[in-house]
Design a protein around this ligand. Structure first.
Ligand code: FES
Ligand SMILES: [Fe+2]
Length: 336
C-alpha cells in the first residue's frame, strides 16, 4: 500500500511558527489608544513590544509614554503613579519624572541622583489617536504620520467609533491581507472586480472595487483605497452605500500576540444625524469581518514559499516592502 504524499511539506524557510523567521517587532508608528480613552491627569499601564510602559496624559493635554519601572526600587509608574502637571510621581517613594523621563524631584533628598531617569518613547497624537514609535535600534522616527484633518473636516465625518481585538498571530499575517484578493469571497463574501497594489517608500496601497454580499442579503458596490503608513497603521477610504474612513491598526503585545484596533468615521449625508445605533452596527460588522480573518490567522502556519496560482496577489512585492521594517536602517532596502 502506498503512503499518501504530502502535497507541500514545510521546506527550509517555511515555519510552523506563525510569522516565520521575521523578528516579532518591526520599526514604525503603532496605535496604542484612541484619544477619548485617555483623560488629562490619567496614567495607565500598557504592555507592548514585550515591554512594560506607562502611558499618561498631563494636565496640559500632552501625552507621554515612559518605561514603566522606576529606577529607584522598581515600582510600576502606571499602577498608582500620580500625574502632576505634565509629570508623573512614583507611587512608592514619590520620586517625580518629567515627560522626558528625567527625575525632577526626590522629596526627601536635596540631591537628585544624576542617572535617575526612565526611557521616554516618541509619541504623536493625531486625528484622535495616540501613536508610539517603536524601533529595535532606538532611532528617531523615520517618517511622519499623515494628517486626516482636512478630510475629516471637509467631509463632515462622525467622530471615531472604535473597538479592539486581541489576536494570537504574527503581525505579518494581518498585513498580507493587503494583497490577498483570493480570500475576499471565501472568507468575507466580497467580490473584488478591480484590484491593484502600489508601494512608495513606507507606504503601501490597495485600490479595490467590487461588490460585497452582506449576510442580511442584497449587494453593495464599493470602491476603496486602503493605505498602510508603515507596517501597522492602515487607513481605508471607502466609498459605497456610505462614505467612510476606516482605521485598522495593530500593535504587538508580545511574540505572536497583538491588539488590532479598528474604528470608523462615517460621512454625514443630508441633515439627518447618523444615530449611535447605526454606528454601533457598523462597528459590529467590522468586528465580524475581522473575526472571519482571525479564525484563519490563529491556526495557520506561515509559508515562506507559498504555492501560488497565477491569479493570486503580489505576495512577493508585499513581503519585500514589509521585511524592510525589520531590517536595520543600514542594510539595503530598509524602508525610508
Ligand atoms: S520605587 Fe519609585 S520612588 Fe521608589
Ligand atoms: Fe480579510
Amino acid at each position: 500500500m502506498t503512503q499518501p504524499t504530502r502535497a507541500l511539506p514545510l521546506s527550509p524557510g517555511d515555519s510552523p511558527a506563525i510569522g516565520g523567521p521575521l523578528g516579532p517587532y518591526p520599526r514604525g508608528w503603532f496605535l496604542v489608544r484612541f484619544s477619548d480613552e485617555l483623560a488629562p491627569g490619567v496614567a495607565v499601564p500598557i504592555r507592548y513590544f514585550g515591554e512594560d510602559l506607562v502611558l499618561f496624559r498631563g494636565e496640559s493635554g500632552a501625552v507621554k509614554i515612559l518605561d514603566a519601572f522606576c529606577p529607584h526600587l522598581g515600582a510600576h509608574l502606571g499602577h498608582g503613579g500620580k500625574v502632576e502637571g505634565d509629570q508623573i510621581r512614583c507611587p512608592f517613594h514619590a520620586w517625580r519624572f518629567d515627560g522626558d523621563g528625567v527625575c525632577t524631584d526626590v522629596p526627601y533628598a536635596s540631591r537628585i541622583p544624576p542617572r535617575a531617569r526612565v526611557a521616554c518613547w516618541p509619541v504623536v497624537e493625531r486625528d484622535g489617536m495616540i501613536f508610539v514609535w517603536h524601533d529595535p535600534e532606538h532611532g528617531p522616527p523615520d517618517w511622519e504620520l499623515p494628517s486626516l484633518a482636512s478630510l475629516l473636516e471637509e467631509g463632515r465625518f462622525t467622530a471615531w467609533s472604535h473597538s479592539v481585538l486581541e489576536i494570537k498571530t504574527h503581525p505579518r499575517e494581518i498585513v498580507e491581507n493587503l494583497v490577498d484578493t483570493a480570500h475576499f469571497m471565501p472568507v468575507h463574501g466580497t467580490r473584488a472586480d478591480k484590484f491593484r497594489n502600489e508601494y512608495l517608500g513606507h507606504v503601501a496601497v490597495q485600490h479595490n472595487s467590487g461588490v460585497a454580499y452582506p449576510l442580511g442579503g442584497g449587494e453593495d458596490a464599493y470602491d476603496l483605497t486602503a493605505t498602510y503608513y508603515g507596517p501597522a497603521y492602515m487607513v481605508t477610504h471607502m466609498r459605497g452605500v456610505r462614505e467612510s474612513l476606516i482605521i485598522n491598526a495593530h500593535t504587538p503585545i508580545g511574540p505572536n500576540l497583538l491588539h488590532l484596533r479598528f474604528a470608523v468615521a462615517l460621512r454625514q449625508q443630508g441633515d439627518r444625524e447618523i444615530s449611535p445605533e447605526f454606528t454601533a452596527r457598523y462597528i459590529d460588522n467590522l468586528r465580524r469581518g475581522y473575526q472571519q480573518d482571525v479564525e484563519i490567522w490563529e491556526h495557520k502556519v506561515f509559508r515562506e514559499r507559498p504555492l501560488l496560482s497565477e491569479c493570486d496577489g503580489e505576495f512577493g512585492n508585499l513581503r519585500r516592502w514589509y521585511r524592510a521594517f525589520y531590517e536595520p536602517r543600514a542594510s539595503k532596502g530598509a524602508a525610508e
